[in-house]
Write a protein of this length. Structure first.
Length: 233
């Protein structure tokens, strides 16, 4: 499916997607270990597993893209659950909860900006009501005194330029959105990320990070509406 570039849809994103302290690759990895409890290799292994399965499918398989998303989430969940991370689909959207750090993670393919600090990050395609509700937790966190943070794990879509190489240097990032662009359909694109922790399987990338939450809450602290099972995520 073709998706118009976010730069065409959101003409002002370049001025809205950076609001944090620049940090080095090693510092980003340290934050990942401390706040999220795992290392980047788990993410790269998940993407590799999804790509291996994707490569076995033909162009006749209309579910290949969604299967890749499911493979990424499944592998990460299987690796992190023994570490105490909670994996839940109670609200209709697969979500990882790291309760010790007040973080919930949702997973989606990103646009061409994945791993590039100079481009505005967003999802590769529109998202539904559960993504909107989770971003609202970040939008109003300071207003309602809640400290739970919603993060998005962005992995590169198969349309990303890195897949032009035979042995791509994988990239991914964990980013904290603080707003979204609403389309006429009512679906949204995540925007205004004040933290972007970027990781690459080879070499270094630069990240930026803002303040983290520091009070204990969990997924039961918020009323989040159920997602219609027919919505694409």
């Amino acid at each position: 499916m073709y998706h118009a570039p976010q730069y065409e849809m959101f003409s002002d994103l370049d001025s809205r997607n950076k609001d944090g302290e620049l940090i080095t690759n090693d510092e980003a990895i340290d934050i990942l270990k401390e706040k999220f409890g795992f290392e980047p290799q788990i993410l790269f292994d998940a993407i590799n597993k999804a790509d291996d399965n994707f490569n076995l499918k033909t162009k006749l398989n209309c579910g290949s893209g969604m299967a890749r998303w499911g493979d990424v989430g499944e592998y990460i969940a299987l690796q992190l659950m023994p570490k105490g991370v909670v994996y839940s689909r109670d609200k209709g959207q697969p979500t990882l909860f790291i309760t010790d750090s007040n973080i919930q993670i949702i997973i989606m393919s990103g646009n061409a900006a994945v791993g590039n600090i100079d481009l505005p990050i967003s999802s590769n395609c529109v998202k539904g009501i559960e993504t909107k509700n989770k971003i609202d937790i970040n939008k109003y966190r300071n207003i309602n005194s809640s400290k739970l943070e919603t993060w998005i794990l962005y992995y590169p879509s198969r349309n990303h330029s890195l897949y032009e190489e035979d042995n791509p240097n994988l990239i991914c990032e964990l980013a904290r959105p603080t707003s979204y662009e609403i389309k006429k359909s009512g679906k949204i694109f995540p925007t205004d990320h004040d933290c972007r922790l970027m990781f690459t399987s080879e070499g270094n990338v630069q990240s930026y990070v803002s303040e983290f939450a520091d009070e204990s809450v969990n997924e039961d602290s918020f009323e989040i509406g159920y997602k219609n099972a027919s919505d694409d995520e």
